[in-house]
Design a protein around this ligand. Structure first.
Ligand code: PLP
Length: 389
């Protein structure tokens, strides 16, 4: 019998429960149950046709080989042009690293700064992979608390007070998963000004939902702050904006001083991103943006449908999410834990959601609803949950 001995740090690696919920929902659906999936965080739209065509053409044209590890030059130039257009910031294409999905930039950034003795500040509730990889690296995770009463925006003074000489990396995410929170510019200004006192702290800004803000909220990119440019890692990608989650395509903009180390991790890990996906990425950025505008308008419409509906459910209370495509209601009034409610909604109402505790300890008392689903599905889901409650 095999007697395998795994590395100790693997025992500290967490997971993303949304994928488990997806599997359970699929299993129930396979048994013939009618399941509405408000669990997984991905657009319910198809990738726009011209993007798909660009990938097909690339394959037909014989682009079957490796590309440079940091990405096709034309793709990195398209990313730089897009950043100049939307964020009004000039970026050297040499500082861009194309990776297989937004997740890879966070994995690399955390591994590059995390080790025993180091501290990393991360949003809680927040995307679960931050905490998971921080723990895996051996670093100490310091939760940045996001509060319902602040619309789940971070409090700059509170974050700055958490910085110690051991802090290596600060992770921010706005618009945020799982809360939909958008941190206002004044708070970001204050954070960046305060960082002047802490030049040893790098910042990773996860702006994967940057194109999705609603109700007059603006997305403020941390890349726009010159004073932290030499320690700012920008995480973005195509998954959410262009409905391309399965293509595995993302990018990081790295400080010039460390971009080659990030590229070295890429060479050691995946060599380069699928060539056809990179050609698709060029078409997405350089082509028409009306499909993106339509998707964002649809998300906004659904947000205006789901938030009041959630607020009418007994024991629910939901702040208005300013961005992304998530609602994160407080469910304490139901008397159930987040996990119990998630389970009952799936098993009894056939509605998949994700318990707030999947996003960190501070998520107890909340459940995440992804509203990247049709208006009919959302209305029916709320009706069924109401009946169960
Ligand atoms: N960052 C956040 C905040 C996310 O919610 C997600 C996906 O859910 C990602 C990054 C990862 O995106 P990708 O699918 O491109 O790896």
């Amino acid at each position: 019998m095999a007697d395998l001995r795994l590395a100790e740090n693997l025992s500290r690696l967490g997971t993303e429960t949304a994928f488990e919920v997806l599997a359970r929902a699929a299993a129930l659906a396979a048994e013939g149950k009618d399941i509405i999936n408000l669990g997984i965080g991905q657009p319910d739209f198809k990738t726009p046709e011209h993007i798909v065509e660009a990938a097909v053409k690339a394959l037909r044209d014989g682009h079957h080989g490796y590309t440079p590890a940091n990405g096709i030059p034309a793709l990195r130039e398209a990313v730089a042009a897009d950043i100049l257009l939307r964020r009004k910031v000039a970026v050297d294409p040499a500082d861009i690293l194309i990776v297989p999905g937004g997740k890879v930039t966070m994995f690399f950034a955390i591994l590059m700064f995390g080790e025993p003795g180091a501290e990393i500040i991360y949003p809680n509730p927040g995307f679960p992979i931050y905490e998971s990889v921080i723990r895996y690296s051996g670093a100490k995770g310091v939760p940045m608390r996001l509060r319902e009463e602040n619309g789940f925006a971070f409090d700059a003074d509170e974050v700055l007070a958490q910085i110690t000489p051991a802090t290596r990396l600060l992770i921010v995410n706005s618009p945020a998963n799982p809360t939909g929170g958008v941190t206002p510019k004044a708070e970001i200004d204050k954070l960046v000004a305060g960082l002047d006192r802490h030049p040893h702290v790098a910042v990773m800004s996860d702006e994967i939902y940057g194109r999705m803000t609603y109700g007059g909220r603006e997305h403020v990119s941390l890349l726009g702050y010159e004073s932290i440019r030499d320690r700012l890692i920008l995480l973005d990608g195509w998954s959410k904006t262009y409905a391309m989650t399965g293509w595995r395509l993302g990018y990081g903009v790295w400080p010039k001083s460390i971009v080659r180390q990030a590229e070295r991790l890429a060479v050691n890990c995946h060599s380069c991103v699928s060539t056809a996906a990179q050609f698709a990425g060029i078409a997405a950025l350089n082509g028409p943006q009306d499909a993106v505008d339509r998707m964002v308008a649809a998300f906004d419409e659904r947000r205006r449908l789901i938030v009041p509906a959630l607020n009418q459910l007994p024991g629910f209370r939901c702040v208005d999410p300013g961005g992304a495509f998530y609602a994160f209601p407080n469910i304490e009034g139901t008397g159930m834990t987040a996990r119990d409610l998630q389970k009952r909604m799936l098993e009894e109402a056939g509605v998949a959601t994700v318990a707030g505790t999947s996003f960190g300890a501070q998520g107890e008392g909340f459940v995440r609803f992804s509203y990247a689903a049709s208006a009919e599905q959302i209305s029916e889901a709320i009706r069924r949950i109401g009946a169960v409650l």
